[in-house]
Design a protein around this ligand. Structure first.
Ligand code: AMP
Length: 199
């Protein structure tokens, strides 16, 4: 089952928010329709939320960026930290929208300069994420961006890595939240926004 945000806000040109629930509901429905479910990818039992059809629709893609950025317009975000790899596709335009720097968080061994690293538990084994050490500092206010919030392990690890570097995490913005996996519970106390929810 699918539902949208109960109240959606869009940024006005003055930088404040205005409620435009009807327009947003129409836009969110178009966005929802542009996301493809791919069953049994990358392994049996997983329904993969494929955002590539959305990327082919400039009007819906642009709306996604506006709506994901809008709740944080007044949060003085200085860095948008995006998670490999689909997070980059959303994080880059969100960073430009918020006039913030863009920081990639990547799987180990991909970033060329000195990195900080965080390890996190998977269902079987562990994984790790890396970020350039000089990408954030104690002066930064960070928004973390990814396409999907599932169990929350990846987002939790990203926040830990950012905080290890002394920066403040002002929140998380996702295109999709898989509510049934309860990732939000793992990020208790954090500010979390998601456009589309799947129960
Ligand atoms: P998690 O750590 O469980 O919250 O997983 C989040 C990461 O895995 C994100 O980077 C997502 O891109 C990816 N992911 C998890 N589940 C899905 C799914 N059903 N469809 C697409 N991506 C997913």
């Amino acid at each position: 089952m699918f539902h949208m945000k109960s109240s959606s806000r869009t940024a006005s040109t003055s930088g404040s928010y205005e409620v435009s629930a009807v327009n947003d509901t129409n836009a969110l429905y178009d966005i929802y329709q542009a996301i493809r479910d791919v069953p049994d990818f990358p392994k049996p039992g997983i329904v993969f939320k494929d955002i590539t059809p959305l990327l082919l629709e400039p009007a819906s893609f642009r709306r996604v960026i506006e709506l994901m950025a809008a709740p944080f317009r007044a949060s003085h975000v200085t860095r948008v930290v995006s998670i490999e790899s689909r997070g980059f596709l959303l994080g880059a335009p969100i960073a430009l929208t918020l006039d913030a720097g863009l920081v990639p968080i990547r799987k180990p061994g991909k970033l060329p300069a000195a990195t900080g690293r965080v390890e996190y538990a998977l269902e079987y084994g562990t994984d790790a994420l890396e970020m350039h050490q000089d990408a954030v500092s104690g002066r930064d206010r960070v928004l973390i961006v990814d396409d999907v919030l599932a169990t929350g392990g990846t987002a939790e690890a990203a926040a830990k890595l950012v905080r290890t570097h002394g920066a403040a995490v002002v929140g998380f913005t996702f295109l999709i939240e898989l509510d049934f996996l309860k990732g939000r519970g793992r990020l208790r106390g954090e500010r979390i926004e998601a456009l589309l929810h799947y129960a």
